[in-house]
Design a binder for this molecule. Structure first.
Ligand SMILES: NC(=O)c1ccc[n+]([C@@H]2O[C@H](COP(=O)([O-])OP(=O)(O)OC[C@H]3O[C@@H](n4cnc5c(N)ncnc54)[C@H](O)[C@@H]3O)[C@@H](O)[C@H]2O)c1
Length: 251
């Protein structure tokens, strides 16, 4: 893909699942990869899997001061953030009426405030430099809803609307922003979903049957799309939401 080699890319959630697969792909494409994640061991494994390594800072994306420090360090030690991929996410499955406000705060903190902190801290530099590309990983839950995921769905739908608005505000500065929506995917997050439901294995198999392509996603199903949207081949695409979910959601 054009325009990735040598670019500084900051990626949240790179210690596991979709984020790890994406970090490795971007490193293979010649990006200078920085990972922000709370899972130090997982991040170390990702760094080891990246050709020429990667940069990592233990960072809780809900902590604004920590995000500011990590971004400043990456830009001082590695490269300006040309590309930003907000992949980190978290969920605890429960019917809405069984949830409490502490759980809402945690889900909203990670899935909505976290990406908003990253935009607020990183985008001023992109504006100054007149270039930037952002990919936000949301979820099909944010497009069509998902039982047991009311607050998470609200966050992911919020990220879709936020991205469209930011794409409008940022277009004149040469910055594009797009959303990738995974469907059910074989990662620790999906394991948590299966363990939260009675007979999780059966539910997982039923979900796979509901996907037109007859399987759930693998982490490796996403990096190509994310890398494309971060590349110059996608220079004329902004404010778009793309489901990568085996046809589960067609909109
Ligand atoms: N797996 C699925 O079925 C699925 C479906 C739709 C959308 N998604 C989305 O895809 C993205 C990646 O999820 P995944 O399935 O790879 O999950 P995962 O659990 O494998 O990875 C999530 C990563 O986010 C990190 N993280 C969590 N909270 C953090 C915080 N406060 N600060 C920094 N890092 C934090 C975790 O440590 C982990 O490395 C998420 O945004 C998720 O909502 C996943």
């Amino acid at each position: 893909m054009r325009g990735l080699t040598g670019r500084g890319v900051l990626l949240t959630g790179g210690a596991s699942g979709i984020g790890r697969a994406t970090a490795v792909r971007l490193a293979q494409q010649g990006c200078r990869v920085g990972i922000l994640d709370i899972d130090e061991a997982g991040a170390a494994a990702t760094v080891a899997a990246c050709p020429n390594g990667a940069w990592y800072a233990a960072t809780d994306i809900t902590d604004r001061a920590a995000v500011e420090t990590a971004v400043a360090r990456f830009e001082a030690e590695v490269a300006p953030v040309d590309l930003l991929a907000n992949v980190a996410g978290w969920e605890r499955f429960s019917n809405f009426l069984d949830t409490d406000i502490a759980l809402w705060d945690r889900i909203i903190g990670i899935n909505l405030y976290g990406p908003m902190h990253l935009h607020h801290v990183v985008l001023p530099g992109m504006v100054r430099r007149g270039f930037g590309r952002v990919v936000n990983v949301a979820s099909d839950a944010g497009r069509v809803g998902s039982s047991g995921e009311a607050v998470y769905s609200a966050c992911k739908g919020g990220i879709i609307a936020f991205t469209k608005t930011m794409a409008r505000e940022m277009a004149r500065f040469g910055i594009t922003l797009n959303v990738v929506c995974p469907g059910p995917t074989d990662t620790p997050l999906f394991d948590e979903f299966k363990s939260a439901t009675q007979d999780g294995a059966k539910v997982g198999a039923a979900m796979a049957r509901a996907v037109p392509l007859k399987r759930i996603g693998q982490p490796e199903d996403y990096p190509g799309t994310i890398a494309f949207l971060l590349s110059d081949d996608a220079a004329f695409i902004t404010g778009q939401t793309l489901s990568v979910s085996g046809g589960l959601t067609m909109s």
